[in-house]
Ligand binder design. Sequence first.
Ligand SMILES: O=C[C@H](O)COP(=O)(O)O
Length: 255
Amino acid sequence: MMRHPLVMGNWKLNGNKHMVNELIEGLRKELSTVDGCGVAIAPPALYLDQAKHAISGSYIALGAQNVDVNLSGAFTGEVSADMLKDIGAKYIIIGHSERRTYHKESDEFIAKKFAVVKAAGLVPVLCIGETEAENEAGQTEEVCARQLDAVLETQGAAAFEGVVVAYEPVWAIGTGKSATPAQAQAVHKFIRDHIAKKDAAIANQVIIQYGGSVNDKNAAELFTQPDIDGALVGGASLKADAFAVIVKAAAAAKK
Ligand SMILES: O=C[C@H](O)COP(=O)(O)O
């Protein structure tokens, strides 16, 4: 089966009204001819509606950086999956290491978010990955397996149909120190094999993105790896030209 690569920009806590319009205008120019690679942007929640209007008529999809587990009610400050759907978001990042670290989100809590996103008919982008200390202790596979199992063991392998997993080694995020293509490929294969133990067909169609210091220089080589199906891009997604180079590299590598 042919998997379609997906390159998604996670803008994190960056931007303002002017920047949203400028960046999207730049992306629309740079990406008018790309074919064979899905593209999505995840601006801060406050700018989703503005971004949705700015991407209209392009093939750039809208994503969100987080979601609450509740759909409505007395949950001050939260944003629900139904609201994200209402505003036109499709890809919902859950379990990003910054949420796991700064907001103490547990594997179980993230699994609940996964279920809520699926139930709303949206696409979870489930971020997993080990810290530097875990990496040095040789626990990379154990950590990724545990983070996947929180969903696999409660919702089954079928829940991964149409889903995106982002492997983001925490030591590579925002550090300029990307995993090497071989390092990333080994973990991506482990992730796919881990899901395949439960359902090979489901595992084969899961998009597994790499994230962590992907830029216009290192993207093409990462995408030559068979189990790297695109990227979740932080810093480099804030520059239209760099992000476009990454998207085009994915489209070219996966032809
Ligand atoms: O979600 C994106 C990742 O955290 C990667 O961020 P980065 O590309 O700035 O390293």
